[in-house]
Design a protein around this ligand. Sequence first.
Ligand code: ATP
Ligand code: SF4
Ligand code: MG
Length: 326
Amino acid sequence: MSMTLLTVDKLSVDFGRGATALHAVRDLSFCVAEGETLCIVGESGCGKSMTSLAIMDLLPRIARRSVAGMTMGETDLTRPGGIRAVRGNQMAMIFQEPMTALNPAFPIGDQMTEAYIHHSGATPAAARARAIEMLNEVGIASPEKRLGQYPHQLSGGLRQRVMIAMALMTSPKLLIADEPTTALDVTIQAQILRLLRDLQKRLGIAIIFITHDLGLVSRIADRVVVMYAGTRVEEGNVAEIFDNPRHPYTRALIDCIPQPGKTERGAMLGTIPGVVPAMIGDVRGCAFRTRCALATAGCEGVIPTHGTGSHQWVCLHETTLQEGTT
Ligand SMILES: Nc1ncnc2c1ncn2[C@@H]1O[C@H](COP(=O)(O)OP(=O)(O)OP(=O)(O)O)[C@@H](O)[C@H]1O
Ligand code: SF4
Ligand SMILES: [Mg+2]
């Protein structure tokens, strides 16, 4: 059993207060072990980005965070300055659209070295050497030349590689990647996934990989947290989630993945009917009940957690649901 790197205990993120409060993240708990890839998956609006921003303490000002406990290694992230002590060195983040994180006015070399010099106190020459090393690490050819280029001179895939290289400058133990491949075309997406997998193996970093695409999860995850309407509905290792999904929402997401050889070319891909409801005011019961074929009156009450060890799910029903019931 590997060591736990990050623990998040009962994280909530709210916008507003009282009857009109929007609960973007609700009592979410999970942990990440050293060197593993944890995928957080769920449809748009499930609270994935708010979760990662809450961990990095980068939430919008109007958002309110509450958390029972949060630690990274020995560091208590809930005490004042706790997150600042690890962010940008032990813990780094990459985003869906690298253009929003890169400054168009400066060459990428300056951007890669600036934060590094700030955090490590390295000389500009040492920082430049480190930047070249990291661009090499992410498979960018002629790194010396790239350092002088501006973000708009790079393709989307190269920009995402630069973002990853930048995140690696300080040898982080944890990389949080929020939909890092969603803006890229399929071939480049596959290359970036391979790169992340490879970096993780070679450098031993843990990754929180956030995506709405369960198809990607099977290619990169060790463990999976399935989120719905701000909360965790199922958690398990990748085999448990794909071979024995128990929550109706997980099943519905899996049914949406095209099956090679089974799904006809050009066939309509499954989507789950309906939308993720906004969790406003006093929320109770299972949030999936507006879309769940198995919902009964009991789903408006307190919902139990089932399973043991690594595989757990939150649903009224404990037994395996029959095939094709979602
Ligand atoms: N600035 C804001 N003010 C109010 N509500 C917000 C704000 N930002 C996000 N939300 C709400 O918080 C909830 C969670 O949003 P979040 O961005 O975390 O979803 P997500 O799972 O990352 O979705 P996506 O896959 O689209 O990125 C949504 O209901 C969203 O409308
Ligand atoms: S608790 Fe009820 S509504 Fe929610 S997933 Fe289970 S059966 Fe469906
Ligand atoms: Mg998001």
